[in-house]
Design a protein around this ligand. Structure first.
Ligand code: ATP
Ligand code: MG
Length: 366
């Protein structure tokens, strides 16, 4: 997948620009608040119809303008394609075109241009609580496996209904009659999630380890360990066995769940751990190590996508270079040799041998 050209009108701080890109690395350089992340956001939005930082669509429209227009030329699925989004304020629905034909939803353009994004918030993910890590893993796995996406949505639906039962039973004990049914279903679908996750985290960890090793000049050995419910001794066993394992855990927490009114056990508490040469990253990782590991995970995510669909998503690396020593910066700038990459940085004088540099100032190209 390759973004060849983008045209923006009234998108964030861009009034009107037209940019062509290198098939390799595109290094976007500029001082703070000039529009580097805005450009990355436009690229991600073009392919997915989603912004990784806007709460409302209206934020994407340039102050004072009444629409934003994002148009791109992409080479993917062995041909030239175009995508175009027009966004409006005031609750008016956005419009979308693929190859000139009007489309209804983002699902109609899936596979035209996928992106994998690294942003500084991803560093927090490796350092903070399990839920952010789960979200990161889930979103990568959903991109890869639509069936997982569907199972996850179903699990969350059942979980929500079960939560309501656990809350309501204090006032109305009769609701407990339907609890076993929900628990049984939760174990079945939960087992499926674990089965998918075990395989996914295994491949993701192996790929990330390869990148991390190159990245750190062979200094650190990256390992990723999937953590799930304690009664699951081997997440690779059959879904039927996993279902039994989950039931056992649920039964041992039955009282506790009733007393607390909370869903205490299940794969909605899953997590993964990263260690570098045997040392837990979450507790002991340095800033550069955490950054290296996070980027390696993103590179691995992209590689798994390529294996599955035969094309590499466009890699968007926002603000990656800070905190990295010169050797690690060199890896990012000059050694990600496959697919298209966008890298933003605010230090002048950075250079890539694999593509071109674009200077941005106040929403304009220098
Ligand atoms: P940094 O190096 O600090 O990350 P950056 O170049 O990535 O900076 P961006 O986040 O791309 O900066 O751009 C931020 C600028 O865009 C801010 O000055 C902000 O006010 C402006 N901006 C954001 N949304 C809009 C909008 N809807 N209309 C006009 N300007 C906007
Ligand atoms: Mg930025």
């Amino acid at each position: 997948m390759e973004l060849r050209k983008i045209d923006l009108r009234n998108f964030r701080n861009y009034e009107e620009i037209s940019l062509t890109f290198d098939p390799g690395v595109n290094l976007i350089v500029g001082q703070n608040a000039q529009g580097k992340t805005n450009l990355i956001e436009a690229v991600a939005y073009l392919g997915s119809g989603r912004s990784f930082r806007a709460q409302k669509q209206a934020e994407l429209i340039r102050f004072g303008a009444d629409f934003a227009d994002i148009e791109g030329e992409i080479f993917s699925q062995e041909r030239n394609q175009t995508l175009r989004w027009v966004l409006f304020g005031g609750g008016r629905p956005r419009q979308l075109w693929r190859n000139g034909a009007k489309k209804k939803t983002a699902a109609d353009i899936s596979g035209v241009m996928s992106t994998v994004l690294f942003c500084p918030e991803d560093l927090m993910v490796l350092k903070s609580g399990a839920s952010a890590r789960r979200r990161l893993g889930d979103s990568a796995l959903c991109q890869l496996r639509p069936n997982y996406d569907a199972a996850l949505a179903e699990y969350n639906r059942i979980l929500e209904q079960k939560s309501r039962i656990l809350k309501d039973h204090f006032d109305n004990p009769a609701v407990l009659e339907i609890l076993p049914e929900y628990n049984a279903r939760l174990c079945q679908v939960g087992a499926l999630l674990i089965s998918y996750r075990a395989r996914f985290y295994d491949s993701l960890g192996l790929e990330a380890a390869k990148f991390h090793s190159q990245f750190s000049g062979g200094k650190e050995e990256f390992r990723l360990q999937y953590r799930t419910v304690s009664t699951v001794s081997d997440p690779f066993v059959s879904v039927m066995q996993l279902t039994e394992d989950l039931k056992a855990h649920l039964e041992s927490h039955y009282r506790a769940e009733l007393e607390s009114g909370l869903c205490l056990t299940g794969p909605h508490k899953d997590d993964f751990e990263v260690s570098l040469s045997g040392i837990d990253l979450k507790a002991y990782g340095s800033q550069g190590q955490t950054r290296t590991a996070a980027i390696s995970l993103k590179l691995a995510q992209r590689e798994l996508y390529r294996r599955e669909f035969g094309e590499e998503p466009v890699l968007l690396l926002d603000d990656v270079l800070s905190e990295l020593d010169p050797a690690r910066q060199d890896f990012v700038l000059n050694h990600i040799k496959t697919g298209q990459v966008f890298i933003t940085c605010c230090e002048p004088g950075k250079f890539t041998e694999l593509g071109k540099t674009i200077h941005i100032e106040n929403g304009m190209i220098l």
